[in-house]
Write a protein of this length. Structure first.
Ligand code: F6P
Length: 338
């Protein structure tokens, strides 16, 4: 028997035969690449993959369909998620989780893979313990705010979208010698803001992890205006200032509006074709999730640790993640002192 067949035979001894896959929470570029990898890896290991539509809602509403090889052809390069997604409040209630379990049991589904954020993982962890069903999580969110992994699917594409948008904004900023306040997503995490600022040559970044003094902010902006330069200031949506518009309003009250504009990038950050990094990691994560189920693992998340694909306990993913590479802030400020 060849080595490949020995490995396959080992996995065949697993009790898992039918697996379901869902995407939940905010969509992120690379989710489709991950769906493809899960389906194709499942078929390789003689499992029957099922897709659950519209996140946890689909579990409750029994929107669960078998996925065939061709169902995931030509999706790797697409943004969004072909399965649809949602934020599902009902899953917080045991009654609806029981309904979800009934729907899975009726199709003899033995295990679940959920691509989403920490909220999804919390629900999955409760569900797994309640009904003794193996569950594996795959981190998919542009925010990169899940503890226990250095990276989440979609983070890289969102960053590329942000820096490309800033490049465009710079044309106007430079031509008019203006200061642009650019608001980026990230929920309560400033990771997107910090990384985007470091990679786009922003003059400043304001994020929830670092309290700033409004008077100091005003002085910095005044200095930039006095130098007749164009500057980019990135504001994370979760910052206590309250976003780019609020900061603009404050600066306008200080009679600085003339040289300042703001731009809220919004949902363009969540869409688009995934980058190489997101496609590759999503593919690695999807395959690893299937193999982990076959190895009898449950209640874990697939992630990146020290640059390599690794697994992490669900419980750890529930803890608050501290911002990675906060030292970028010093660098950003060091490079824009004048
Ligand atoms: O979690 C991803 C994210 O895009 C956050 O950055 C943002 O705060 C939130 O989702 C927006 O959610 P919605 O699309 O539901 O308004």
């Amino acid at each position: 028997m060849s080595k490949t067949n020995i490995i396959k035979a080992f996995f065949m001894s697993s009790k898992i035969r039918n697996i379901a896959l869902l995407t939940s929470g905010g969509d992120s570029p690379g989710m489709n690449a991950c769906i493809r990898a899960v389906v194709r890896a499942a078929l390789y290991h003689d499992l029957v993959p099922y897709g659950v539509y519209d996140g946890l809602n689909g579990l409750i509403k029994n929107e669960i369909k078998e996925l065939k090889y061709k169902d995931v052809s030509n999706i790797l390069q697409m943004g969004g998620t072909i399965l649809g997604t949602a934020r599902c409040k009902e899953f917080h209630e045991k009654e609806f989780r029981a309904k979800a379990y009934e729907n899975l049991a009726a199709k003899n589904i033995d295990a679940l893979i959920a691509i989403g954020g920490d909220g999804t993982f919390m629900g999955m962890s409760i569900f797994s313990n309640e009904f003794d069903i193996p569950v594996i999580g795959i981190p998919g969110t542009i925010d990169n705010d899940i503890n226990g992994t250095e990276y989440t699917i979609g983070f890289d594409t969102a960053l590329n979208t942000i820096i490309n948008s800033i490049d465009n904004i710079r044309d106007t900023a430079a031509s008019h010698h203006r200061i642009f306040l650019v608001e980026v997503m990230g929920n309560n995490s400033g990771t997107l803001a910090l990384y985007a600022a470091a990679a786009s040559g922003a003059r400043e970044v304001f994020m929830p992890e670092k309290k700033e003094d409004l008077i100091e902010i005003k002085e910095k902006v005044k200095k930039a205006i006095a130098a007749n330069r164009s500057s980019i200031i990135i504001v994370s949506e979760g910052d206590e200032i309250g976003g780019a518009q609020q900061l603009y309003d404050y600066l306008a009250e200080q009679h600085l509006a003339d040289k300042i504009r703001f731009s809220v990038l919004g949902h363009i950050q969540r869409g688009g074709r995934p980058t190489f990094i997101d496609r590759l990691n999503a593919t690695l994560f999807g395959e690893k999730a299937v193999v982990s189920l076959l190895q009898g693992r449950s209640n874990i998340m697939i992630g990146i640790k020290e640059g390599k694909v690794a697994t992490e306990d669900f419980l750890l993913s529930q803890e608050k993640k501290s911002i990675q590479n906060m030292e970028y802030l010093k660098l950003i400020r060091k490079l824009s002192v004048y």
